[in-house]
Design a protein around this ligand. Structure first.
Ligand SMILES: N[C@@H](CCC(=O)N[C@@H](CS)C(=O)NCC(=O)O)C(=O)O
Length: 221
């Protein structure tokens, strides 16, 4: 049985969990925080979560896990049959990861972790996010799902990328980043209404206090 290691507040963990839930997969969650302990590095080479335990060993990197889940559990399909449209889904995921999630993540310390962001970081990240959203305007279709008619892996990625990046942009730049792509807000609302996403959001809320205590412990350490 697949076992997903991670914690309920992690956006990457939640992307993978949503894919497993939407597949109707049998899987277990192993609550795990990132760690540089040798025992965890043996499972996740950079000590990050999520990692996915399979019958053949562990996998890291969420986009890779999404692809693996799609291959081993092909039904229902979350990648289009057509090769070009499949590549477009992967393009959207790559763009969201490299140009939205990762730059926005640089501001997580000041927005989510009770730390601060330097003026330099705040100044550097904004143009990257603006360029990304402008590019995504031409890539995302958002009717009804982010890549058009079918629910795809890009929806799972989008749901948990924009939830946090949107909060970052609002708090740091007073900017509604999601509004840059017509229909994205509605598409995200549609995804977030699904049973899978509702369960994930409920668990995220319930896990928040434990996560904040974990962060506080780490900051004190
Ligand atoms: N590229 C990785 C990113 C995963 C990631 O950054 N996870 C965060 C939690 S949401 C983490 O483990 N952070 C700890 C660290 O970076 O050391 C993926 O796609 O899974």
């Amino acid at each position: 049985m697949l076992r997903l290691h991670g914690f309920a507040v992690s956006n990457y963990f939640n992307m993978a969990r949503m894919a497993l839930l939407e597949k109707g997969a049998e899987f277990e969650v192993v609550e795990t925080y990132p760690s540089q302990d040798a025992s965890f590095l043996a499972r996740s080479p950079l000590g990050k979560v999520p990692c996915l335990e399979t019958g053949n060993g562990f996998l890291s990197e969420t986009s890779v896990m999404l692809e693996y889940i799609e291959e081993v559990l092909p039904s229902p399909a979350f990648l289009p049959r057509d090769a070009f449209r499949r590549a477009q889904v992967r393009q959207a995921i790559r763009m969201m990861e490299l140009y939205v999630e990762l730059p926005a993540r640089r501001l997580y310390p000041g927005v989510f972790f009770g730390g601060s962001n330097t003026e330099a970081t705040v100044a550097e990240v904004e143009p990257v996010l603006r360029k990304a959203m402008s590019g995504l305007r031409g890539v995302l279709r958002c009717s009804p799902f982010v890549m058009g008619e079918e629910l795809t892996l890009a929806d799972f990625f989008a749901a948990f990328t924009f939830s946090l990046a949107g909060t970052v942009a609002r708090k740091v730049y007073d900017w509604d980043l999601v509004a840059e792509v017509p229909g994205l807000d509605e598409a995200l609302a549609r995804i977030n209404e699904r049973d899978s996403a509702r369960a994930i959001h409920a668990d995220m809320k319930a896990a928040m206090a434990a996560f904040q205590a974990h962060i506080a412990r780490q900051r004190g350490a």
